[in-house]
Design a protein around this ligand. Structure first.
Ligand code: UDX
Length: 442
């Protein structure tokens, strides 16, 4: 089937390549000429396992092409996926859906009769209905549906190839049939398919993200209770997660969530709920957000205490800059937020990250960066573990000991093996683990 993918950001580029890979004829469209030139040469604009190979393969096969022209898009196909960004509005909490509106409005007058626009961006509930009304006025023989995307960074290709569910919000049997046909290879392999109204489809996405963010903030709230009571949040999370109704995933305590989705999506959902008159019901999302950002402040405060109450003239080593492991993305990164705050408070901060250093440097040029863990830790008064890259669990505390000025480490991700650090002479502190941190006298 022929289709276009409008917007070649994270979701768009992965969707376009995966659709071409399962045999569709795909035109990726973006206004960014540089990006289109790179994509045409088969280069992925982001670090994502498997994406470069997939792009190279599908571009070479001729099933995936790129263009900057909307007119070419509407000439090329009658099926258009809209994958443009929906950031937070500047200075506000709501979602900025300007790019979605512009993509639809740009295509509408040129659509071939019988076209189907399928939105994949995360949007406030009600967006499809609003756009459908606009489309009817300009292109009465075309329609719009919503098909949210659930991919995780770092697993984008795998998640798109084998999603846990496909959700489509449609207004007609014809739109449903088209989407079933598109996703046929996935449906044959047993992926659950939900065909529903557009509002439900839009809500499935925001509800999923809100639930996961709530789960993380819940365990981080429990970490604070642990700090006040001498309990241990890691053991607590393991035992609580053993209940199959709760589960272990997204119950990892620590510095909290960041990235381009959770923080903005829960804020946008709360803002939309207010508009809809159900703000009180969703008010807990403000609390989820506040608990999340409080972990960053708690980490800064704890770090300051560990270096004697002031950061002036202190060297702080930071392990991790990406918002999560296996990613080079630093958008709303809790780790960089903490690193920058500590620098503002007077410390010299040296940051290590295996993948995100270039992106981090562009965002926070005032911090120092290195690709070498011992170099980051040289003469450090304190080491901060802020992103849970697996390789940080492989560090030898005994070998790192002689490098630092003071053998102190703050594990703000609660994933390091406390005993091995302590037996190598380190003082290890961790969020929600007061006994291990030596901060609880029974
Ligand atoms: C998320 C959703 O998972 C995905 O379905 C949606 O499409 C986009 O948003 P992503 O932002 O890639 O994906 O990251 P994810 O792996 O979900 O992690 C989000 C944040 O939560 C990260 O900062 C991570 O470090 C943090 N996290 C995750 C925790 O702090 N604790 C956990 O237990 C799990």
């Amino acid at each position: 089937m022929r289709m276009t993918v409008i917007g070649t950001g994270y979701v768009g580029v992965v969707h376009a390549a995966c659709m071409a890979d399962i045999g569709h004829d795909v035109l990726g469209v973006d206004i960014d000429e540089e990006r289109i030139a790179a994509l045409t040469a088969g280069h992925a604009p982001i670090y994502e396992p498997g994406l470069n190979a997939l792009l190279a393969r599908t571009v070479k096969s001729g099933r995936l092409r790129f263009s900057t022209s909307t007119t070419e898009a509407t000439r090329f196909a009658r099926l258009h996926f809209v994958c443009v960004g929906t950031p937070q509005v500047p200075g506000g909490e709501a979602a900025d859906i300007r790019h979605v509106d512009a993509a639809v409005d740009g295509m509408a007058p040129h659509l071939q009769p019988g076209s189907l626009i399928v939105g994949k961006s995360t949007v406030p509930v009600g967006t499809t209905a609003r756009l459908a009304a606009r489309l009817r006025a300009v292109a009465p023989h075309s329609e719009i549906a919503w098909n949210p995307e659930f991919l995780r960074e770092g697993f984008a290709v795998a998640d798109t190839r084998r999603p846990e569910r496909i959700v489509v919000g449609v207004e007609s049997r014809r739109a449903e049939a088209t989407l079933r046909a598109i996703y046929k290879p996935m449906l044959i392999s047993g992926v659950p398919f939900f065909s529903t109204d557009p509002a439900t489809a839009e809500l499935v996405k925001v509800a999923s993200n809100a639930f996961l963010a709530t789960k993380i903030s819940f365990i981080n709230a429990m970490a604070e209770v642990c700090d006040a009571t001498g309990a241990d949040v890691v053991t607590l999370a393991e035992a609580v997660g053993q209940d199959s109704r709760i589960g272990h995933r997204f119950l990892q305590p620590g510095l909290g969530f960041g990235g381009s989705c959770f923080p903005k999506d829960i804020r946008a959902f709360a803002a939309r709920a207010e508009e809809l008159g159900v703000g009180d019901t969703m008010a807990f999302l403000h609390q989820v957000d506040e608990i999340n950002t409080r972990q960053r402040r708690r980490t800064v405060d704890l770090a300051r205490n560990l270096v004697g109450g002031s950061f002036t003239d202190r060297h702080i080593a930071v392990l991790g800059a990406a918002f999560k492991p296996e990613s080079d993305d630093v958008r709303d990164s809790p780790a960089l937020d903490v690193a920058a705050a500590i620098r503002r408070l007077g410390a010299e901060v040296r940051v290590h990250d295996p993948e995100a250093v270039d992106n981090a440097r562009r965002k926070y040029p005032g911090l120092q960066y290195t690709l070498d863990v011992p170099k980051a830790c040289e003469d450090a008064d304190l080491v901060l573990h802020l992103t849970a890259w697996p390789e940080y669990r492989e560090i030898s505390p005994a070998e790192l000991g002689p490098v630092v000025r003071s053998r102190k480490i703050l594990d703000a991700r609660d994933t390091l093996d406390a005993a091995s650090w302590q037996s190598a002479g380190w003082t290890l502190s961790a969020l929600g683990r007061p006994r291990i941190s030596g901060a609880y006298a029974a």
